[in-house]
Ligand binder design. Structure first.
Ligand code: ZN
Ligand code: ZN
Length: 314
């Protein structure tokens, strides 16, 4: 059986960032920027658990680790074999990660019919005031430590500049740090992320199987057919800008928050329309269609184009 890929990919979520083997994918995700959970699985089992929460005062880090590990054992079945824990491990080698952070590394294992082990760290970051818990799970006999230390040393929990990396499902992009994730949907063939800041809303949508959507049309024809009803201006984007055929458009669209499901026919209940500008392209290498849209007053096509140019789409 093939276990582990030699290629790596990035995961960026609520200002947390780490690098993982390419064949591990999102298994569960919940919460928000303040408190949340992300699990990454391989084809057979969970491989990474990442939790974050606000730091509460100056609770000593070893007490926090104790709290987390206790939760771990509590969940075990009554007759489960005992868990063997080792603490105070020095798993973070990158000195820069130790600045401004109180860190403790740990290892645990459960022997028995289905032995399992994990290496992980828990840290409190003084900069973003978050507690971050990350553990990498492995089967007994696997070189989990080598893999785990590689992953742990890629962990970041706050951005350094004005933009922050978001990454999932083989796609990666940077948006201004002021944008917070409002909603997301991960469907087969369609990924959608909505971000908001004070004055605008930014939406990124990725459609897989581009050829199925295009149905023989050129990208621009598809775009016209799909969004034509709300577009006022449309300009092709030169391929130098996005390395793919693309267009830039603007217009007005229905604000989804003002759509009234009932009594929608009453004239005074018509939904409000909001101006938008958008940037769309056909990733021919990855056979995907991308649409990036900003809703809000005062078009800012350059802001949008900056985001679009940061997208690693294939
Ligand atoms: Zn931080
Ligand atoms: Zn591409």
């Amino acid at each position: 059986m093939k276990r582990g890929s030699s290629r790596w990919t990035a995961v960026g979520w609520h200002h947390l960032y780490l690098e993982i083997p390419e064949d591990w994918g999102i298994g569960a995700v919940s919460g928000d920027a303040s408190t949340g959970y992300l699990r990454l699985d391989d084809a057979e089992m969970p491989r990474i658990e990442l939790r974050w929460e606000p730091a509460r005062g100056q609770e000593p880090i070893d007490k926090v680790v104790e709290r987390y590990l206790k939760n771990l054992t509590k969940k075990g079945r009554k007759k489960a074999p005992p868990i063997k824990v080792r603490r105070d491990l020095n798993l973070i080698k990158d000195k820069r990660l130790l600045e401004n952070r109180a860190v403790e590394g740990f290892h645990w294992r459960i022997d028995g019919d289905e032995p399992i082990q994990a290496y992980g760290i828990l840290w409190r970051c003084e900069v973003c005031s978050r507690i971050v818990f990350l553990q990498i799970l492995g089967r007994a006999g696997e070189s989990t430590m080598t893999l785990a230390t590689r992953i742990l040393n890629t962990l970041q929990d706050h951005p350094v500049g004005d933009t922050v990396v978001w990454a999932m499902y083989g796609m990666k992009f940077e948006i201004p740090v002021t944008c917070a994730l409002k909603s997301h949907s991960f469907l087969t063939g369609q990924i959608k992320l909505n971000f908001t800041d004070k004055s605008s809303e930014i939406e990124l949508e990725r459609l897989s199987l581009a050829e199925m959507h295009l149905k023989g049309r050129s990208f621009e024809e598809w775009f016209q057919d799909t969004y034509g009803h709300e577009i006022e201006t449309l300009d092709p984007l030169s391929e130098e800008r996005l390395r793919h055929p693309g267009v830039q458009a603007s217009g007005t669209t229905v604000d989804p928050e003002t759509v009234h499901k009932r009594l929608a026919w009453l004239p005074w209940r018509r939904p409000r329309r909001r101006p938008f500008d958008s940037c769309s392209w056909h990733c021919t290498d990855g056979n995907k269609l991308f649409t990036l849209r900003r809703m809000g007053e005062g078009a800012q096509p350059e802001v949008l184009l900056d985001i679009a140019q940061s997208v690693v789409c294939h």
